[in-house]
Design a protein around this ligand. Structure first.
Ligand SMILES: Cc1cn([C@H]2C[C@H](O)[C@@H](COP(=O)(O)OP(=O)(O)O[C@H]3O[C@H](C)C(=O)[C@H](O)[C@H]3O)O2)c(=O)[nH]c1=O
Length: 179
């Protein structure tokens, strides 16, 4: 486990076994996750998305039924970002960005209370993640990817490819946040 500038956001690096055939690693182990993070969480949903170069999905969160997310990349590379949306946090509005790729096999734990999104930096990327609560579309919110008040330094020249809901997302000042 590798800490980040946001104490609750954690990078996890699996032990990878390579041999003449290729590689093997345990991509998730509940006991090891609990031991190395000290967290007592259970995951209820696995998600898998594929995106082209320059796609930015996010920054999303559920205002009710907030989801903790354990995210990883199995093909390509993304710049993965978490933003602390807990008003009571000393890091409210602060962000952390981590390169996740098929090569570094790093995973990122994003707790409930944070917005999450990623920018695809490779030609395409397959993104897999586990969530600690189910999808509740009625509670989904989107924080604007380039809100100057948050100041995320996305590794992109020009505009990303965004879903309409993300182009129209609210700024930190106007979006719903957590206590
Ligand atoms: C999130 C989700 C979506 N869907 C359906 C709804 C749409 O018909 C389709 C695509 O959904 P959406 O455009 O919201 O997908 P993303 O933009 O990748 O959303 C995700 O983006 C960022 C990276 C996140 O962290 C969230 O997990 C999630 O909000 O999948 C489902 O059926 N179940 C789900 O859990």
């Amino acid at each position: 486990m590798i800490p980040t500038a946001l104490p609750e956001v954690l990078i996890l690096e699996p032990k990878v076994f390579g041999d003449a055939r290729g590689f093997f690693f345990e991509s998730f182990n509940a006991r090891d996750f609990a031991q190395c993070t000290g967290l007592d969480v259970s995951f209820v949903q696995d998600n898998h998305s594929k995106s082209g170069k320059g796609v930015l999905r996010g920054l999303h969160y559920q205002i009710e039924h907030p989801q903790g997310k354990l995210v990883r990349v199995t093909q390509g590379a993304v710049f993965d970002v978490a933003v602390d949306l807990r008003r009571s946090s000393p890091n409210f509005g602060k962000w952390e960005g981590v390169l996740l790729s098929e090569n570094n096999k790093r995973q990122l734990w994003i707790p409930p209370g944070f917005a999450h999104g990623f920018l695809v930096t490779s030609d395409s990327a397959e993104f897999l993640y586990k969530t600690t609560d189910y999808w509740h579309p009625e509670h989904e919110r989107s924080l604007l990817w380039n809100d100057p008040a948050v100041g995320i330094e996305w590794p992109i020249q020009g505009e990303p490819l965004l879903a309409a809901k993300d182009s129209a997302a609210a700024t930190l000042e106007l979006t719903e946040v957590f206590a």
